[in-house]
Design a protein around this ligand. Structure first.
Ligand code: ADP
Length: 164
């Protein structure tokens, strides 16, 4: 059985992330999406919110499960017996970072392979930070994220403004 991990921050999940999940779910028997939490990073959505959003969005796929993990991703792979880790790449700039990350992970656990999947051209410019910036400025993000995410992002930004 071929099992793959798809780790990421998913802050928030975008159509680009969902496109990768859609494509890999037809190649591998089982996909574990891993919502990562790095204590050094500041997130718009906390880990529980990102987990819940991802679980709802992945419901249509019966071979996709969503987990949360705040330690090394290779440890998660070892724990669940996955040998493949999927990373999406948009441009050359992504590749540089992703390539370095794959070398680090390979050094930590040589049994786990990173597989790069190029983005669909429709999602080439989708970056979570840009989506959040656009949402903050009331820009139209409806083609960039699932409807549920657009709604949640708007509400989070609104309640942040009230709190100021
Ligand atoms: P991380 O903080 O781990 O980079 P992200 O949520 O930003 O988490 O991204 C998770 C994965 O999804 C990464 O491999 C990233 O390159 C990929 N990704 C992000 N946006 C897109 C997109 N529009 N198309 C394809 N892959 C994407």
């Amino acid at each position: 059985m071929l099992k793959a991990l798809f780790p990421g921050s998913f802050d928030p999940p975008s159509n680009g992330h969902m496109n990768i999940i859609h494509r890999v779910s037809s190649i591998y028997d089982e996909i574990d999406v891993v919502v990562a939490t790095n204590p050094e990073k500041h997130y718009t959505f906390d880990a529980a919110q990102r987990l819940e959003l991802m679980r709802t969005l992945c419901e249509p796929y019966n071979n996709v499960q969503v987990h949360q993990w705040d330690r090394l991703i290779v440890e998660f792979a070892e724990k669940v017996g996955a040998r493949v880790m999927i990373r999406g790449v948009r441009a050359l700039s992504d590749f540089e970072y992703e390539f370095e990350l794959s070398m680090i992970n390979k050094g930590l656990n040589p049994r786990i392979e990173t597989i790069f999947m190029p983005t669909d051209s429709k999602y080439f410019v989708l970056r979570s930070s840009a989506i959040k910036e656009l949402a903050r400025l009331d820009g139209d993000i409806s083609r960039m994220v699932p409807e549920l995410v657009a709604e949640r992002l708007k509400n989070t930004i609104k309640s942040g403004r009230k709190g100021r």
